[in-house]
Design a protein around this ligand. Structure first.
Ligand code: MN
Length: 696
């Protein structure tokens, strides 16, 4: 435990004008007030506020904050009163201690009690004076450091959970990364002991064998930068088990597959040197696209400034942060660093985010919603988006308009056809950004599409889409099964009796007709079995009888009962066959599809195939064509004009090869039938700029 004079000396060290008497009075008062109280560790209770004060001297905070830390538990845990503190230490310290006490009271409540209204108070107490939060965070950090002394595992877990959910995010929000990391490390150990153990063990194994890769890479970086004439400190470290674990969880990958576990930091004198060092590094090692971030020209909201990049070093991605010395101090201690240099503090700016949060709380309707908002706002992996009317919806990062639509209302989700983000029409696959205004375009006729399962990420949206698909899938399967059944009945050697179907259901132990149709469509029952059930003895006669007529896929939904194969891109009018896949729908191929031929060679059971026809008024399909155009300005423009003139829509366009004379492009066009496609291909062949056109 820090002695009285040691603590005072520390403060005087960085602030010679500090109120020494105030600190001495606080020390003595707190010692007497806590008296013989003991911590779980067996230490005198008084050691705790002194350690908390010690943590805050590392941040070079002013004497009032240090005194507050020393006194922070006196109102709550001893007979001392607000008035007493006010009289002895002044109004500022009394208010600060009171603020910390209020936070502690809220903290002591159960989760549900703490909900809603109290969280609002919690935030308001902090927004009053940010120093309350600094003391609270130091208090929590010390409690985490001594957590192992607490005997009850449930209590340890509760405190660790709270730290992970509330305090670490708060520390991050005010840029105190050093605090955040230590809290996460300690909480992680408590919450996921096995994961912590396993990652720590694997990291240790990586370090075995004497090869000091981190040291070598840091040396290499240093030499490179110094040779470029920049004075720099380079440090390297293995990432913390918690951040490794988070990455594994976020990207769903194993430890072995996780290659970037090292991080390096280059600290230089000036911003200009930061950019020069960056240039040297990028010229020496290839950078990983998408990982470069310039937080110097665009600081984070919490004031954080640095350059971030990731380069490939000896086949491994290596994360590098570059910053100035001043930026470095602020990156470790965030807002507290500002507070230490009082002249730089801008009270109106420094905790505007807390006020934002309070405002959000005020607009929330129910207590549950309130709690939800508070938590989520503190989470970095959440975004907020607005409806055109200004209604706020919070979504996980990576959410798309589909998620947003379902968040607003299930019906809106079901009927979504498109979206406008900030007034511009965007594809439904667009990722929504924080603060976006999202308008969902809907149509009564629309229903959830199977492809949406790849676009949505929220549980609510996925559940609604799946529910709907299950429902339609069943209806579609019954419809498809009925068509297959009709054909099968025609192939029976004799006319089917009136009760035959009912008897067959009994034999097959099926509940009703629909169940039979679905089973046929899903190929859970093969034709012979169904025929035998309908007409015992019939199967032996002629089960391999050819299909009597092509089965029309008219009226069946694409993506549910059948899918158009992506190898041959059949369009209405093409002669088609279907591949029946167990437990799925039918895959439709053109009759001359090469992939199909290969499949047929491998497939022993010929009944896997069904003859199909489009039926009339089939919906359009996507055809794939390859177009070779002359390498001259405007050639591709002419191609798209011709396609447009034939009222076909270009879905995708890819440049395959290009030489001095020609380029070859693969184009996916949406057409309604083979006639339109044939006219379109003829039109393209007629164009001067076009050398050749083939359907793929
Ligand atoms: Mn405390």
């Amino acid at each position: 435990m820090l002695r009285q004079y040691e603590l005072v000396d520390r403060v005087l060290d960085y602030d010679p004008d500090a109120d020494e008497a105030l600190l001495n009075r606080a020390y003595v008062f707190s010692m007497h007030a806590h008296g013989s109280q003991k911590r779980a560790s067996g230490d005198p209770y008084f050691s705790h506020p002194i350690e908390v004060a010690g943590i805050l001297t590392d941040l070079r905070l002013d004497a009032e904050t240090i005194a507050t830390a020393i006194l922070h538990d006196t109102i709550e845990d001893t007979v001392a009163t607000y008035d007493e503190i006010d009289r002895l230490f002044g109004g500022n310290v009394a208010r600060l201690v009171d603020g910390v006490t209020k936070l502690s009271k809220i903290e002591a409540q159960t989760e549900s009690e703490r909900a809603a209204e109290n969280l609002r108070k919690f935030l308001l107490a902090m927004s009053d004076d940010i120093r309350v939060l600094l003391v609270k965070l130091a208090d929590r950090l010390h409690n985490m450091r001594t957590l192992h002394h607490i005997a009850k595992p449930e209590k340890r877990r509760r405190i660790a959970r709270e730290t992970m959910d509330i305090y670490a995010p708060l520390a991050e929000r005010i840029g105190m990364y050093e605090f955040m990391r230590e809290m996460q490390t300690l909480a992680f150990q408590q919450l996921e002991p096995e994961a912590h153990e396993s990652i720590t063990r694997r990291l240790a194994r990586l370090n075995e064998g004497g090869d000091n890769r981190i040291h070598d890479i840091a040396e290499g970086l240093k030499q490179l930068v110094v040779r470029g004439g920049i004075d720099a400190d380079v440090t390297g470290r293995q990432k913390h088990p918690y951040s490794i674990w988070k990455k594994m969880a976020e990207r769903h990958i194993s430890f072995e597959a996780l290659s970037d576990i090292m991080a390096f930091r280059i600290v230089v004198e000036s911003e200009e040197e930061c950019y020069r060092a960056l240039g040297l590094i990028h010229r020496r090692w290839p950078m990983v696209p998408g990982r470069f971030k310039d937080y110097i020209s665009t600081p984070k909201r919490n004031g954080y400034r640095s350059l971030h990049t990731t380069v490939i070093h000896a086949e491994n991605p290596v994360e590098i942060q570059i910053r100035t010395r001043v930026q470095h101090a602020q990156a470790e201690f965030g807002l507290a660093a500002h507070w230490a240099y009082k002249d730089r503090v801008r009270p109106d700016h420094q905790h505007s985010w807390i006020r934002d949060l309070v405002e959000i709380l005020d607009t929330a309707a129910s207590p549950e919603e309130l709690l939800e908002h508070t938590r989520m706002a503190m989470y970095q992996d959440r975004i907020f988006a607005f409806t055109p009317k200004g209604e706020l919806h919070q979504l996980p990062k990576g959410a798309t308009p589909i998620d947003f639509a379902y968040a607003v209302h299930t019906d809106l989700g079901d009927q979504a056809v498109g979206a406008k983000v900030n007034g511009r029409v965007v594809p439904l696959s667009t990722v929504i950004e924080n603060g976006d205004q999202v308008q969902i375009l809907s149509s009564r006729g629309q229903t959830p599409q199977p492809a949406w399962l790849n676009l949505a990420i929220t549980g609510k949206a996925l559940a609604a889409i799946r529910r709907h698909l299950r429902h339609t899938q069943r209806a579609e399967q019954v419809a498809l099964g009925r068509k297959l059944y009709t054909d099968l009945v025609e192939r029976l050697p004799a006319q089917l009796g009136q009760d035959a179907l009912g008897a067959a259901l009994k034999r097959l132990k099926l509940a009703d007709e629909d169940a039979l149709m679905a089973a046929i469509a899903r190929r859970q029952l093969d034709d012979a079995t169904v025929m035998e059930a309908l007409m015992p003895g019939a199967a032996g006669a002629d089960t391999a009888a050819p299909q009597t007529s092509a089965i029309s896929i008219k009226g069946l939904r694409r993506g549910v009962a059948f899918e158009l194969a992506t190898c041959c891109h059949p369009v209405p009018g093409d002669r088609i066959v279907g591949l029946r896949r167990p437990d799925a729908g039918i895959e439709v191929h053109t009759i001359d599809c090469r992939v199909l031929t290969e499949l047929a060679d491998r497939s022993a059971d010929e009944t896997d195939w069904v003859d199909l026809s489009w039926g009339d008024d089939a919906a359009g399909a996507t055809a794939r064509i390859q177009v070779q155009v002359k390498n001259e300005p405007g050639a591709l423009g002419i191609v798209s004009t011709v396609i447009g003139a034939h009222k076909a829509n270009i879905i995708a366009l890819r440049l395959d090869t290009r030489d001095a004379r020609f380029h070859t492009n693969t184009i996916d066009v949406e057409v309604h039938d083979i006639g339109q496609l044939t006219r379109l291909v003829a039109g393209l062949r007629a164009a001067d700029a076009v050398n050749a056109v083939e359907r793929v």
